[in-house]
Design a protein around this ligand. Sequence first.
Ligand SMILES: CC(C)(COP(=O)(O)OP(=O)(O)OC[C@H]1O[C@@H](n2cnc3c(N)ncnc32)[C@H](O)[C@@H]1OP(=O)(O)O)[C@@H](O)C(=O)NCCC(=O)NCCS
Length: 187
Amino acid sequence: MFLTDLAGTGLVLTAPTPSDIDRIAKCCTDPAIGRWTTMPVPYTRSDAEAFVRKVVPVGWADRSPTWAVRRTAAGAVLGMIGLGARDSSAAEVGFWLAPEARGEGIITRALNLVCDFGFRVDALALERIEWRAFVGNSASAEVARRVGFRFEGTARSGGLQRGTRRDMWVAALLPDDPREPAVGWPD
Ligand SMILES: CC(C)(COP(=O)(O)OP(=O)(O)OC[C@H]1O[C@@H](n2cnc3c(N)ncnc32)[C@H](O)[C@@H]1OP(=O)(O)O)[C@@H](O)C(=O)NCCC(=O)NCCS
């Protein structure tokens, strides 16, 4: 699919480019990113390089777009968000923010833009966007809950993190779900 920029609510989402590699490498050394994602620990510049030069283009060619989150088109990377195709009409969302960009609702706004794009019939025409997080990732759960994702349960040993199986929370958003905080999430 063609690279598509998204914009709104003070954010611009564009595909990461080679000029972002150093910044991505720095952000991804944050311990919370290592703790809550499947990204390599320690995270090196060559990990960021492989991500930008290989993972991102392959994803865009295969209905699995990734965007860097910025305040302006030329601005520094604040975080990353992407959709990974699970099948022809469902995808899983993933995201992280640099520590200094947290606490402002940035990823909540970015997730709304990405879900709009995912559901658009002239874009990915998704019928389900899934969110999964390792149990205990309350910051990520709060983001998904606020956007309207409905909690569906815990997948026991549902995820593999660097060789260790961990329980995962699972939630999903469907095209017609209200975009308002959902009930039924764990405290
Ligand atoms: C997930 C992430 C993107 C959220 O970013 P954010 O929304 O800017 O983070 P915030 O600090 O604003 O947290 C969002 C909400 O969760 C709450 N929260 C944060 N940490 C929490 C915790 N440990 N327990 C309970 N609530 C928590 C915050 O209080 C905030 O609510 P508030 O705005 O009412 O104060 C960011 O924490 C991150 O990059 N984490 C590491 C990578 C990651 O976990 N990615 C998702 C994998 S599924």
